[in-house]
Design a protein around this ligand. Sequence first.
Ligand code: PGA
Length: 261
Amino acid sequence: MIQPLVIANWKMNGSYAANYNLLTYLLPEIAVNRLARIGLCPAYPYLAQVGQRLVGSPVWLGAQNASAYSEGAHTGEVNVAMLRELGCEYVLVGHSERRLMHGEDDTAVAAKFAAVEAAGISPILCVGENLAECEAGETETVITRQVMAVIDQVGIDHFFNAVIAYEPGWANGTGQIASSEHVQYVHGLIRRLLRDRDPYIARELQLIYGGSVNPTNAIALFQQPDVNGALVGGASLDARAFIAICDALEQAHRHALAQGA
Ligand code: PGA
């Protein structure tokens, strides 16, 4: 069975003091032997601070973005070698906020995915329709285009260590959540797209949902067969809420194991 995964995306939040306090509450609960794999993605300036606190713990460090370029005259960019040196095991690629607010198109996202994967880091490819696309009934078309753009540009073989996060732009940071049926429908679509290219990767790849996940709505989401975890933004800044989401995922996973799913 696919190992459940919870990723905290702290976005552009935090400070040395706030991170210190958050980790002090979080780590005794999450940096222990757990069924779920858990990762934390702080903003770049805090990767070293968080990474130091995670040394020797099973919690993974991740970054929210990476440059597709390897080095040189790219002011303001951070390359994958730097992220690897800081101990990052995951990098978010193509987050809806990068696509919507920072102009990243499918080609740019695929180039970043390739750079991250080539560095031996797991790319978390984020895909999702925006509000207008959702209202126009274009969800399936958009998801198919975004997933296939990366598969076609990079190759399905490079998805071996990847994760895909379904992140509808209209649900990120808005408090509006997609229904668990809608999330299952989109995750099922993504798994079918992968299966057409490689059944093994389709069966093993972690598919996680992101968009206003909280301890209350997490329970129904995690009961869906193709929802293997969550990418958590706002609620990951609240230790108690984040721990409750991790617990809900593990409970659903245990239940599925008991059912022989
Ligand atoms: P949210 O963010 O949980 O605050 O909606 C999720 C994400 O965008 O990663």
